[in-house]
Design a protein around this ligand. Structure first.
Ligand SMILES: [Mg+2]
Ligand SMILES: [Zn+2]
Length: 253
């Protein structure tokens, strides 16, 4: 029995799915013009809530939205990686600046929603009138975060700190963080020496890590394709578990 839990933290857009779920919905549902008009006037999170208002006023239902989300591309290798790491006892979580409705719809469609123990994202629900509402993850009025790296609605570094504090009490944890964007840099800085970060190659997170690798304590393993993500993630989770079993054996001899 291993004493260490591997906690795998996934960003969602451009990490689990190949593209960006917000952009996908905007393009596929014919909202591009309005989106571009309002882009400079509103924070992203409020803008997406506004887009959902527009969809609703055009008579599009939450069911239409679901059908649109189900067509997003998810690499079969990434589905396999999620299922395999879950089956091996890793604790899988999503940290994303998309929203609950989009993420759950897509993961459920690919039959991997149950593999995740937690999803940290902007809360959303379908109101009585059938409109999807999207809210910020952090309450902007009562508890704004002080992080300068992150957008006001969500600091993923703060989320990592909370996870680290909560799991500290229940045995040794090693984190593997997978991401692509600027919003994944803050949580990457919070990882320790025993942890791993898997940035998507040639994307903003990877660029920022490469600019100043000395700032990163975690070991860095880049990936480009779903096939690489699967291979590296399984290799890392296996290696961590095997090393841990060896150290337990040494202690018990
Ligand atoms: Mg992303
Ligand atoms: Zn932050």
């Amino acid at each position: 029995m291993s004493g260490t839990t591997v906690v795998v933290l996934f960003d969602f857009d451009r990490t689990i799915i190949d593209g960006d779920s917000d952009r996908w919905v905007v393009t596929e549902m014919g909202l591009t013009r309005l989106f571009d008009e309002l882009r400079s006037t509103l924070p992203w999170n409020s803008l997406m809530d506004g887009m959902m208002k527009e969809l609703h006023s055009r008579g599009q239902t939450a069911k239409d939205l679901k059908e649109c989300l189900k067509r997003t591309a998810l690499d079969p290798c990434i589905v396999a990686a999620i299922k395999a790491t879950h089956a091996r006892g890793c604790d899988l979580r999503v940290i994303s600046d998309a929203n609950q409705f989009f993420i759950e719809t897509i993961l459920e469609h690919h039959e991997v929603l149950g593999c995740f123990s937690q999803i940290y994202t902007n809360p959303s629900f379908v109101d009585e009138g059938g409109r999807l509402r999207i809210f910020p993850f952090h309450d902007l009025s009562s508890s704004p975060h002080a992080c300068k790296l992150c957008p006001a609605n969500m600091c993923k570094g703060l989320v990592i700190n909370q996870i680290q504090a909560s799991v500290d009490k229940s045995g040794k944890k090693i984190f593997i963080y997978l991401g692509d964007g600027n919003g994944d840099y803050c949580p990457t800085l919070k990882l320790g020496e025993g942890d791993y970060v898997m940035p998507r190659k040639n994307y903003p997170l990877w660029n920022r890590i490469c600019c100043n690798p000395m700032l990163i304590k975690a070991k860095v393993h880049e990936w480009s394709t779903g096939e690489e993500l699967e291979r590296i993630l399984l290799y890392l989770s296996d290696t961590i578990t095997i090393q841990d079993n060896i150290s337990i054996l040494h202690h018990s001899v």
